[in-house]
Design a protein around this ligand. Sequence first.
Ligand SMILES: [Fe+2]
Ligand SMILES: [Fe+2]
Length: 231
Amino acid sequence: MLDTRKVRGGNGLAPIDAEIDTILDDVFNITKEATESFFNAYNANPDKRVLASWLETRTWREIDYVFLLNEQIRRYGLRFQRNHITLLAKQSFQEAEHYEELGKAVLSLGGIVPITVPKAAVSWSNWLWECMDRHYLAAIAAWYVSETSASGSFEPTFKGAEVQGHMDVVRIYKQIEIDEKFHTGLGRQVLSTYAETDEDRDEILRAMKGMRDIAWKSFTPEVVAATMRAA
Ligand SMILES: [Fe+2]
Ligand SMILES: [Fe+2]
């Protein structure tokens, strides 16, 4: 998997490093297995609308990250070093590019680009915004877990999408994979730079565990199968 754990801005996470790494391993693996399961079923019975509906939820996440990152900067940015404002803004720009590019892929498969939160993404989105309200590092902690989780989907997506010749989907996710290395590295760096107190670390762990539990429920093979039937 992507080893973003070596990118460290400070020692603020040191007391909880091992616990964080276990959470990251868990979400990476569950998403990898669920994505393999999805593409195995899809390739046994390829229906473009099913792939479109699978991608629609992921497309929403990209634009929600744009909203979250910009809100993070507006509310809390002046607590950070100026270079971190720049890097968070760069991440926001890349998430907007992902929304645009995945939107094209969804349309080419006959799907609809979401402009409101899809049902399957509601608990994910609500958790991030709740974290944003609670603590100035909590939303970053939650999306760090979510983005690590998503990185577990890349390899099976490349393999699975290639089988049916969806090379635009492969191309878009290859770019997203490159960008995500920067995003997860930045998440770890910001958290480890600014976490100072036990209360900060408690809030970071709370946000991460909440996101892990959502990933656990959202990406199981059973939920993936249900998504396919609904399409
Ligand atoms: Fe993205
Ligand atoms: Fe990202």
